[in-house]
Design a protein around this ligand. Structure first.
Ligand code: HEC
Ligand code: HEC
Length: 341
């Protein structure tokens, strides 16, 4: 009996050791079950386990919210209940003057499968770490990405993130005409600075909420280790789908300067600016990267590396990430997200 326990312990360590080491001191090994390590789409990468903080999945249930609670946000005269902010067919628009009128597909979606795009990407397209900022992406790029998700060419490296599962379902059920309308809308919006990058050794203790997002919880600070901790500046505002106050991203000390060097040299591939534009503001249909969420960027670089993201455009990215280590990726996204969009 003891032998079996020890054997299980060792294989658990082998399987989960690297992942566990990344989980941060205070999250507790008990919450992680190596048997439930993510199903991988694409290659399993040696020495580069799935970064849990970018592919965030709740490790325990959360108490239900009170649907009748009335919510208010600074700067808006509107009041919405919790049920209303969670209505995927009627997106709460706290700041209607801050963006053009949303097309129907963006504001209301199409029942029963195509949830309103702004429900996750927000009315101004600024997006959140668990999804993606779509404001200011080239329209052709948006259309292509949805098409890739629909065909299965673009997957996530893990099947466990509900936010991504919902996006894939939307891609599968949406039609070309509505995606084109949404793409025209989002591509014309200007992506504004939304992430405050802070270099630090110590970070607040965080937990992963019901929405695949890291939130600060009570407890002593902990070492950042090899992680990026991206969390709302104002959790109430983000939980209410506010679109004015964004995120703080804690990154390791020195990562921004190291990242700058890496993107300039290409980290084993080509200098990133050669394709993404000199200020990383995009170039033709190649997407902009400056100021985007480091969690979002990390998932994409990881997905290109595992091969889970494998649409036609991914062919250009594969050689860029092939030799990119986990540490280099952190530095690179820390730098890119610190830039002005
Ligand atoms: C339930 C939440 C949700 C809704 C609603 C939603 N998306 Fe998404 N979307 C996501 C997530 C999550 C991702 C990030 C996927 C990843 O990181 O692999 C994403 C990614 C994208 C991307 C890729 C962006 C990039 O930088 O590569 C595009 C384009 C996109 N969505 C378009 C849409 C459109 C158009 C709609 C409406 C028809 C929509 N989304 C509705 C959750 C959502
Ligand atoms: C040879 C051209 C080329 C080079 C060099 C290049 N990229 Fe890309 N990159 C692309 C293309 C094309 C896409 C769109 C891929 C697709 O359609 O799936 C892309 C997509 C991305 C994305 C996903 C963006 C999103 O919104 O989902 C990230 C992140 C990225 N590149 C980062 C980098 C970094 C970091 C470097 C340098 C280490 C780099 N790229 C170098 C062409 C390039």
């Amino acid at each position: 009996m003891r032998k079996i326990v020890i054997l299980l312990g060792i294989s658990g360590l082998l399987l989960g050791g690297a992942a566990l080491a990344q989980q941060g001191a205070n999250r507790g090994a008990a919450a992680i079950d190596p048997a439930k390590l993510p199903a991988q789409n694409g290659k399993v990468l040696a020495n580069d386990p799935l970064p849990y903080w970018a592919f965030a999945v709740a490790t325990h249930p959360w108490a239900p919210q009170d649907p009748t609670e009335k919510r208010r946000l600074k700067g808006s005269k509107k009041v919405f209940t919790t049920a209303e902010v969670n209505d995927r067919w009627n997106v709460p628009d706290w700041f209607p003057a801050s963006h053009p009128k949303m097309p129907t597909i963006v504001e209301h979606g199409r029942k029963p499968e195509v949830s309103a795009c702004a429900f996750c990407h927000l009315p101004n397209g600024q997006g959140k770490p668990e999804n993606s900022s779509v404001a200011g992406l080239p329209a052709n790029y948006i259309v292509q990405q949805v098409a890739d998700m629909r065909s299965g060419a673009r997957k996530s490296s893990t099947n466990r993130m509900n936010s991504i599962k919902s996006m894939v379902k939307i891609a599968e059920h949406s039609n070309d005409a509505e995606v084109k309308i949404a793409a025209d809308y989002f591509s014309k919006l200007k992506y504004k600075k939304w992430i405050r990058v802070v270099e630090t050794h110590m970070v607040p203790k965080t937990d992963i909420d019901r929405r695949n997002m890291l939130i600060v919880v009570p407890g002593p600070k902990e070492p950042i280790g090899k992680r990026i901790i991206e969390t709302p500046e104002d959790e109430h505002a983000i939980d209410s789908r506010g679109s004015m106050i964004g995120f703080v991203a804690y990154v390791p000390k020195g990562s921004v300067a190291r990242g700058k060097k890496l993107v300039e040299s290409g980290a084993g591939g080509f200098p990133c600016a050669a394709c993404h534009g000199p200020q990383f503001h995009g170039n033709g249909d190649v997407p902009p990267l400056a100021g985007r969420s480091p969690s979002q960027l990390t998932r994409q670089l990881y997905d290109f590396k595992t091969g889970a993201r494998n649409g036609p455009g991914a062919a250009m990215m594969k050689p860029q990430v092939e030799k990119m280590t986990a540490d280099q990726r952190i530095d690179i996204v820390a730098y890119l997200s610190s830039l002005n969009p």
